[in-house]
Design a protein around this ligand. Sequence first.
Ligand code: CP
Length: 305
Amino acid sequence: MSLPFRHLTSTKQLTRSDTDAILTAAADMEKVIVKGGTDLLKGKILASLFYEPSTRTRLSFETAMHRLGGRVITADGLQFSSLYKGESIEDTMMVVGQYADIIAMRHPEQGSADRAAAVSPVPFINAGDGPGQHPTQALLDMFTILKERGTLDGIHITMVGDLKFGRTVHSLSFLLGLYKDVSFTLVSPKELKMPEKVTSFYKEKNITFTEVESIEEGLDADVLYMTRVQKERFTDSSEYERLKLKYILKASHVKGRDITVLHPLPRVGEIVTDVDQLTNAAYFRQVKNGVATRMALLAMLLGKL
Ligand code: CP
C-alpha cells in the first residue's frame, strides 16, 4: 500500500490504516532480513543527517537502507555542516535533495522537521526534532507492542519519567490513541508532566488517562514505557540533577507480573541492569524492531511497496 503523504514529520499525520500498513510491511521486512536482504532500493541513496547525537536511530536507518540494497550518505554534528556557518535548514534541504532520493534528519529544534519537509525536493523523514516528535520511534514501539502483546487494541500503557521533553512518548501517544480502548497511566514529577498538546488529544479522543507520581501506581498495566530525563533540554543543571533519577525500575517491580518493559534508550540508570534478565524486558528486542520498521517506511515512501 502506498502512503497518502510524501514526508513523515509527525505521528499526527498517520491514520490507523496507514499504521497497520506500515506494521504489516515491517513484519514482511523481518523475513527479508532473515534471508539476508534485498535489492528493492538498489540505486537509491538515503541522506542520513544527524545534527543531534544518536546511536539507534541513525544506525538503524543506515542498516535498513543497506538491507534494502540502497546506499547512504551522511552528515553528523552541527559543527561539521554548513548549518554551523549559518546556512538555513531550508537551503540545506534544497542542497541535499540534489544528491539523495530520501532524507532522514535529526535536529535539536522543535519544528525543524516541518520546515525541512516544506521545501524538501525528495521524501523527508523526521528522525527527532528536539522535544517535538520522533515518529519512527513510535512506529517501532507500536511494532514491538504488537509483537510482545499480540494486539494494540485495549492496551493499557504506563509512561514513566520525562513526559514533558520526551518526544517518544508524545509521538507514541498520538499513534496508540488511534486504537480502541487504549488507556494511559502517566508517571512523572510535576515539573515533567505530559504537555497539554498531548493531554488535550487524550481528552478530544475520550481516552482514559491518569496522572500519578509513583511507579508502583503504574504497575497494573500491559506495557511499562520507561524514559530518560532529557539532560540536554534543561537550562538549569541543578534542576536536572534533582530530577534525573526520581524513578528507578528494579527487577522486584516487574518480576512475576504480566507487564512488558519498553524504553526507547539510551538509559542512564532508570532501569537497573538486573531487569535485563527478566522476560518482561523487551527493550533490546525493541531496538531490533527498528530496522524492519524503518525498512518498511523507506520502501513505502520511495514507492516500492
Ligand atoms: N531511541 C533513540 O532515538 O535513540 P538514539 O538517540 O540513540 O537514536
